[in-house]
Ligand binder design. Sequence first.
Ligand code: HH2
Length: 261
Amino acid sequence: MPAQVMGVLNVTPDSFSDGGQWLAHSDAIAHGQALFAQGADIVDVGGESTRPGALAVSVDEELERVIPVIEALSSQGVVSVDTSKPEVALAAVRAGASIINDVTASLFQVAADTGADWVAMHMQGSPRTMQVSPVYQDVVSEVAAFLVDKAEAATRAGVKKVWIDPGIGFGKTLQHNLSLLRSLSVLSATGYPVVVGTSRKSFIGTLLADGGSPVPADQRVEGSLASALWSITNGASIVRVHDVKETVRAAKVLAAIQEAA
Ligand code: HH2
């Protein structure tokens, strides 16, 4: 099966790349529809930013942001909810989301209880502090062991489908991110399908920095595409991206090469 493209839809004022753009429900719904039209297989709706230092959001505020959007979009395609809160995950599945995208890898019981699929992502620390000084002995084997442990627990609890995600940028230095991508096949070899989210992340801004400061998030599309194609080539089942149209087109060419005799 070709890799699937998950389009990012952040209904937040402060997400690092699209914060504030889709805060009105009508704008968010229209953007989600546009992502499906551009070829997204899944639209990932989030109501709380996880960027380093992001502010916490109450359950009520997060529900108010995401539920109407999920209700509207889930009649049009597969919707995932990007949340860390069990109450939001539960309400989102009731509103039509079929995947719980869980950056804390802690909500598998909600997936088991509702029959939703579950993405377990690795993070060291919490969003507020995760980039302060992340340390690993061996980042690839530690992240893989963490994810397999969570995936096995979720499977035992009755979750039907579990994806694992190395959590690029979540408590990782540039070198950690590059090592995880370089050794992505270690995660694919676990047998669990792999999700990768590199889109517009700061490691790309750093790699593309021209002299001094990192390039801003809206100028990271080439790096996002390079890392998405690398991820697919090394076994990712889903790439989570902001630039859906460009990723779908690039992945189409990659798939043709991969399928050639
Ligand atoms: N990255 C972000 C958010 N959710 N979920 C998964 N499974 N994997 C990721 O790599 C991932 C994720 C961060 O990106 P974004 O949603 O664009 O920004 P913000 O957290 O500021 O809303």
